[in-house]
Design a protein around this ligand. Structure first.
Ligand code: UDX
Length: 444
């Protein structure tokens, strides 16, 4: 049992803190945002994540998890301090480290015994050393401490499951004692622990996200070629994914990646490479392809409708992916304003991300939690998130409700045969278009 303080109750901090409590540690989650802490103290959970609320309630009741805005006190009580504050993207694309630097200063001022200080936030290479020097500058007495980089690989929507059963833990530190402590903390979660240097751990996080983003943009480029030659990208994914060297994951073509990590971390990696004098062309191309996917889907919609002006468009999905209410860098945030500015009436559906979207887009569209109501009298339906509710749509009912049966699918949810049978005009990604039930073959 270790006494752990997690600073920052965002996605990563809250999930990690709760899982450390669940595995038998004494955890304090703290944040300087008092509103956030008061909400947590009253049983509120600021993010939607399957299983999180239940696990928080269980551990708060057991007394193994508590919340406070008194960061100084929480630092003094801890043996291990996790830094999980935000590292937002600055306008230049670089990671903004001001929150991390502020926390390092507060830690330095309040260290009162040996502490292991761990970065969980995704931080550029060299941040571990920076934290070390800030803490040293602010130490009141010469207390020993160690710095560790322990990057987070969890996916939203599966965060609890993937933390309690993680594929691997990466621990970057030069200190044997700190390694011992942090690896023991991870033993309940995984048997695969990789010990590396601080800098290597910091790069591993960026490399992992950039590689996954590259897989997505790669298959989207292939999808764009498939459309031109009359091939089917879903079969191409299957065909290449059967090769165990390639693997079948993250090869789903579509509207591209969004979320809090891939867009931010690819941009930050471009900066990291520029700073050390390397031109990382591949990642720039990955970002460019990703942005292009959003433009292409709107072009398809426009071509099919002739004009957006005066049309009613049902947008299905606001969250950047299913099982989360997170809308950060979600395609909907770019696409809805564009449709609206060009004269379309947008009716948007999402089972849980409506409130979040309203904060950002206000009344640029009408919001619905009932998927069928969204589709009433629509000239077109645009699928942006592969929610289960979309996958399970009653297509007969959809046809009856819409003014015309036109679906533009950014997630390749439906198979072409089904859409043919139902007589839809169906435009998806990397597959042949269907016009009123007839496949338009573009084979060359
Ligand atoms: C990602 C990483 O997977 C995780 O390891 C890291 O810690 C944080 O970033 P997350 O952003 O939660 O996790 O979502 P993920 O499931 O990876 O999806 C990211 C985006 O890629 C989504 O917009 C998703 O729709 C898209 N995606 C994913 C595809 O377009 N095609 C795919 O095949 C897979």
């Amino acid at each position: 049992m270790k006494k752990i303080t997690v600073i920052g109750t965002g996605y990563v901090g809250l999930v990690s803190g709760t899982c450390f409590a669940e595995s038998g540690n004494q955890v304090i989650c703290c944040d300087n945002d008092e509103r956030k802490i008061n909400n947590l103290l009253q049983g509120g959970v600021p993010i939607y994540e399957p299983g999180l609320k239940e696990l928080i309630e269980k551990n708060v009741k057991k007394g193994t998890l508590c919340f406070t805005s008194n960061i100084k006190q929480a630092i003094r009580e801890a043996e291990v301090i996790y830094i999980a504050v935000g590292t937002p993207m600055s306008p230049s694309g670089e990671a903004d480290l001001s929150f991390v630097e502020q926390v390092a200063k507060t830690i330095g001022e309040n260290v009162n015994s040996y502490k292991v200080i761990v970065t969980k936030s995704t931080v550029p290479v060299g941040t571990g050393r920076l934290i070390e020097s800030i803490i040293k500058q602010h130490l009141r007495e010469d207390y020993p401490f160690d710095i560790v980089s322990n990057p987070e690989f969890l996916r939203e929507g599966a965060a609890i499951k993937e933390t309690l059963n993680m594929e691997r833990a990466v621990i970057g530190t030069e200190s044997d004692m700190a390694y011992q402590i942090i690896s023991e903390l991870h033993q309940p979660f995984t048997s695969t622990i990789l010990r590396v240097s601080l800098e290597t751990a910091e790069i591993i996080k960026y490399a992992a996200n950039a590689f996954l983003a590259t897989k997505i943009s790669f298959i989207n480029d292939i999808a764009n070629i498939c459309e031109r030659v009359g091939a089917d990208v879903t079969k191409v994914s299957e065909g290449i994914g059967l090769d165990s060297r390639i693997g079948n994951k993250f090869l789903q073509a579509g509207i591209g990646f969004g979320g809090s990590c891939f867009p931010k971390d690819t941009a930050a990696l471009v900066h990291i490479s520029q700073k050390c004098g390397y031109d990382f062309k591949l990642i720039k191309a990955v970002m460019e392809t990703n942005e292009g996917q959003r433009v292409k889907i709107v072009e398809k919609l426009k071509d099919a409708l002739g004009t957006l002006n005066g049309k009613t468009i049902s947008v299905l999905g606001l969250a950047f992916k299913p099982d989360t209410n997170d809308i950060r860098s979600s395609p909907a945030l770019d696409i809805i304003p564009y449709l609206s500015v060009n004269g379309a009436t947008v009716r948007a559906f999402d089972p849980i991300a409506v409130e979040e979207t309203k904060k950002q887009l206000g009344y640029q569209c009408l919001y619905f939690k009932d998927i069928y109501e969204t589709l009433e009298n629509a000239d077109a339906c645009l699928i942006l998130t592969d929610w289960l509710q979309v996958k399970h749509l009653d297509l007969n009912k959809v046809k009856e409700l819409m003014r015309q049966p036109l679906i533009v699918d950014g997630r390749n949810i439906f198979d072409l045969e089904t859409m043919q049978e139902f007589g839809f005009t169906y435009l998806s990604i990397g597959r042949q278009p269907i016009n009123k039930g007839t496949i338009i073959s573009k084979a060359i």
